[in-house]
Ligand binder design. Structure first.
Ligand SMILES: Cc1cc2nc3c(=O)[nH]c(=O)nc-3n(C[C@H](O)[C@H](O)[C@H](O)COP(=O)(O)OP(=O)(O)OC[C@H]3O[C@@H](n4cnc5c(N)ncnc54)[C@H](O)[C@@H]3O)c2cc1C
Length: 299
């Protein structure tokens, strides 16, 4: 069986190569330093595509696909980054391969690769048999193995797509450590408008708490920053008090608040799942209840 690693990040190669049971080659779309970092991993060869200045690695996806297809690997490990996913897609098309995200383990036997991978944000582990080539997407996390003798680097001349980076600016981000807060007021889609966050801010002030939210408020409407969303794919918190306001209580959210000592929920729907996990529940309209609590606290 032959395995290829496809990445724009050379230092990911040693970590990813350590996951493979057999001999591995790496395809790196990046700088000379990236190719050298890759060659320090336990790989037989590094195939290197060097992008032109100001051209993103994604522009070389067709070239990477062509190089990978000529080697016809059975398994391609692509790094789970925006660049890695772009390269993985093109390679998968060229190989006619299935793509499996969230792969945790795999092995090939007699042309069939058995892949274990996570679904539904990690709630379910599924095992898949893929006949034919497969591209597994994988985060390069873990300690790299001890550097080996440098593998040979073979540069492949390649033409990228006509894409040029013309500007780059750091996005303004707010960083909040919800894990340190004793009181967290979580708000969800029960809130009708961004301006209504003022109500939640009043309550947070009265309780000296931090505001948290469900994923749709941070990643959907983006009324709050990503550092404020709680749950399986967001922060895991353990405050003394968690107030869930206008939050239905889907398990992906509740997975992040189960360490709270007390959960109080406010929801108009008395059948909302959040009430099953709350110590106290108030069935009612947050637009009436939140100002009433704030007033009772003397704000
Ligand atoms: C792979 C995956 C990972 C995910 N990870 C996360 C995660 O980490 N964190 C997360 O939060 N979500 C996550 N989600 C999304 C999650 O499944 C839910 O969709 C989300 O948590 C729902 O957010 P919500 O409770 O704000 O909205 P909704 O489910 O729409 O609930 C809104 C609630 O507000 C109530 N309401 C409406 N009006 C009022 C009012 N006036 N007063 C009081 N209550 C009112 C409604 O009755 C309803 O219960 C993930 C989903 C997937 C598929």
């Amino acid at each position: 069986m032959s395995t290829w690693i496809v990445t724009a990040n050379g230092s990911a190669v040693p970590v990813l190569a350590a996951l493979a049971a057999d001999s591995v080659s790496a395809l790196v779309v990046g700088s000379a330093q990236a190719a050298q970092a890759a060659a320090e991993g336990p790989v037989a060869e590094v195939v290197w595509i060097e992008p032109e200045p100001n051209t993103p690695p994604e522009a070389y996806a067709p070239a990477a696909a062509k190089a990978a297809a000529s080697a016809a690997p059975e398994v391609v490990i692509a790094e789970n980054t925006p660049e890695g996913r772009a390269l993985a897609g093109a390679v998968a098309v060229a190989l006619g391969a299935a793509v499996v995200p969230g792969a945790s383990a795999w092995h090939t036997d007699d042309g069939v690769t058995r892949v274990e991978y996570a679904r539904h944000g990690g709630i379910v582990e599924e095992v898949l048999d893929v006949a034919g080539p497969v591209v597994v997407l994988r985060d390069a996390v873990g300690d790299p193995p001890a550097p080996t003798a440098a593998a040979p680097i073979r540069k492949v001349p390649a033409q990228g797509l006509a894409a040029t980076v013309v500007d780059e600016a750091q996005a303004p981000t707010e960083s909040v450590d919800l894990t340190a807060a004793k009181t967290v007021i979580g708000v969800g889609r029960g809130l009708k408008a961004e301006a209504d966050l003022a109500l939640i801010e009043e309550l947070a002030k009265a309780l000296r708490g931090e505001i948290g939210c469900t994923r749709p408020l941070a990643e959907g409407v983006t009324w709050l920053s990503k550092s404020r969303y709680i749950g399986m794919s967001g922060a895991t918190i353990a405050p003394t008090l968690y107030l869930a306001i206008g939050i239905s209580g889907q398990l992906q959210h509740m997975a992040g608040v189960r360490g709270a000592k007390r959960i109080v929920a406010v929801n108009t729907d008395d059948a909302a799942p959040v009430f099953a996990e709350a110590d106290y529940g108030i069935v009612g309209d947050l637009y009436a209840i939140v100002p009433a609590i704030a007033a009772a606290l003397g704000t």
